[in-house]
Ligand binder design. Structure first.
Ligand SMILES: [Zn+2]
Length: 100
């Protein structure tokens, strides 16, 4: 099972609470090979890959505005983790995400 944990070095002091939620990101792939990140039971996909940062958006983007931005080196830039819905039900088997 190939799960990558990234320790985040936090940039902003006032994000201490968020930092506890984001202590570990779990990166997996779905059946089609798309990378997903699981944070606090919610799933995110990488919406915009910039030169120095990646924007990860809730997989229910459009209905839900939750997102976070991390740099290439794994530093949290900003995060909005208030979801408008319950986390999805899923299993991870051999590093692959399956929605159930
Ligand atoms: Zn959401």
């Amino acid at each position: 099972m190939k799960i990558l944990f990234i320790l985040i070095k936090f940039v902003k002091h006032n994000q201490k609470i968020i930092s506890q939620v984001l202590k570990s990101f779990v990166f997996v792939r779905n059946k089609t090979g798309k990378q997903l990140s699981i944070v606090g039971g919610h799933t995110f996909y990488c919406g915009v890959r910039g030169a120095r940062t990646n924007i990860w958006r809730c997989t229910r983007w459009g209905q839900c505005k939750a997102r976070f931005i991390i740099t290439m080196s794994g530093e949290l830039v900003t995060a909005q983790l208030n979801h408008t819905h319950e986390p999805p039900s899923f299993v991870i088997h051999d590093g692959i995400y399956y929605k159930i």
